[in-house]
Design a protein around this ligand. Structure first.
Ligand code: SAH
Length: 366
């Protein structure tokens, strides 16, 4: 067909050859196809990109996380070597702000080695440009499993929402995997696998099991969460996971596409728009904790940043502001990061921590 993107052509070929494609496989290809995936071909972040994230809104976010990391390191007994790992570091903005803030704790600065887990060559370049001036040892890896052994402090902001999500739809016969086919009009359309998924009910919380027919349940592969939990339990350290999502499990579809700061249809223009889905923090915690790590939270982003002292930091930045508009920018960023309701991230975004039992209660979770 003329006018189709190379990724759409490839997905169509795969569906023609192998039949309808599970939602998770489709999402994985849209974002991470090695040649045409959304994250592989571009830097989607920032005001001129497709979406904006907390560290891109204000330096306060990364700075507070830097101080959080330093406190965790102290709670770990100030080890001489500590791996600071970021999953999906975007443009490297969070890490840059975090490491600038910890300059006042030289022993931590000297102990740390940075590891960036990234699939996007475009963003890896951006991270290198942002971070090279820091002069700290730094390396890139395709997955967390590739990061060398040793105690680690791991940060993941808006990483888990980009991992593929699967859908199951309830019918009178059970839960069927939701798939993508080429519909009657020649466009991608949702369909259901003919047979229910065997024993799916057993994996579901009671409230979800009792949901009415046509309900959609979303789940992610637990592999990344389980590897994270195992690493923390075996090697020591803590992980901070920040993402939009829910603390309780329920039914409902959260798959969404965003392009150029506006909602889009996830089934059109694959590879051209970002696709995400809410993080199920309950499922995430169960998987991490099953491997022996301790879990804290999730708590609202507004609660977490409030406890870390974002108001004080904002007041200090406003004092230093050289113009009225710079001072107003700090207020606007603060409102965006901790505000409730639809325009703020304070309620929608949740923060969870997972840690080796030796770390104790991490800062912000007491
Ligand atoms: N944390 C950054 C960027 C969030 S966007 C911020 O807050 O601004 C998601 C990030 O995760 C991007 O860097 C993207 O390239 C990366 N990413 C997405 N899927 C990934 C995967 N499977 N493995 C590694 N990195 C991934």
């Amino acid at each position: 067909m003329a006018g189709l993107s190379p990724l759409e052509t490839e997905i169509r070929r795969r569906i023609s050859a192998a039949g309808p494609m599970p939602v998770g496989e489709y999402m994985g290809l849209c974002l991470g196809h090695p040649e045409f995936g959304y994250y592989i071909t571009r830097d989607p972040l920032g005001r001129r990109g497709d979406f904006i994230t907390a560290p891109e809104i204000s330096q306060m976010f990364g700075e507070l996380i830097g101080l959080w990391m330093a406190t965790v390191w102290t709670q770990m007994g100030s080890p001489e070597r500590i791996r600071v790992v970021e999953l999906g570091p975007g443009r490297g903005t969070l890490m840059n702000d975090a490491l600038r803030a910890v300059q006042m704790i030289p022993a931590f600065r000297e102990a740390l080695v940075v590891h960036l887990v990234e699939i996007s060559p475009a963003l890896e370049n951006a991270q290198e440009r942002t971070l090279e001036h820091l002069g700290v040892p730094m390396s890139w890896h395709p997955t967390l499993e590739d990061v060398p052994k040793g105690p680690a402090i791991i940060i993941a902001n808006e990483f888990f929402d980009a991992l593929p999500i699967n859908h199951a739809v309830k019918t009178a016969r059970g839960w069927h995997e939701r798939q993508i086919e080429i519909g009657p009009e020649g466009k991608f359309a949702f369909t259901l696998a003919p047979d229910p998924i065997a024993h799916f009910d057993m994996l579901l919380p009671a409230g979800v099991r009792a949901a009415p027919e046509q309900s959609i349940f979303e789940w992610r592969d637990d592999k990344v969460a389980m590897n994270l939990g195992k690493r923390l339990a075996d090697q020591g350290g803590a992980a901070l996971v920040i993402d939009y999502g829910h603390a309780d499990q329920g039914v409902g579809e959260t798959l969404q596409a965003v392009g150029n700061h506006a909602y889009a249809d996830p089934l059109t223009t694959p590879g051209e728009v970002d696709i995400t889905a809410h993080v199920d923090f309950r499922a995430l915690s169960l998987a991490v904790e099953a491997m022996g790590a301790e879990g804290f939270g999730p708590i609202d982003q507004s609660t977490f940043l409030g406890r870390l002292g974002i108001e004080t930091r904002a007041a200090a930045l406003k004092k230093k502001a050289t113009s009225r508009s710079a001072s107003a920018d700090v207020d606007a960023a603060l409102a965006r990061l901790i505000g409730h309701g639809r325009t703020g991230m304070g309620e929608l975004f949740k923060v969870a921590c997972f840690a080796n039992a030796s770390v104790g209660v991490p800062p912000g979770f007491a």
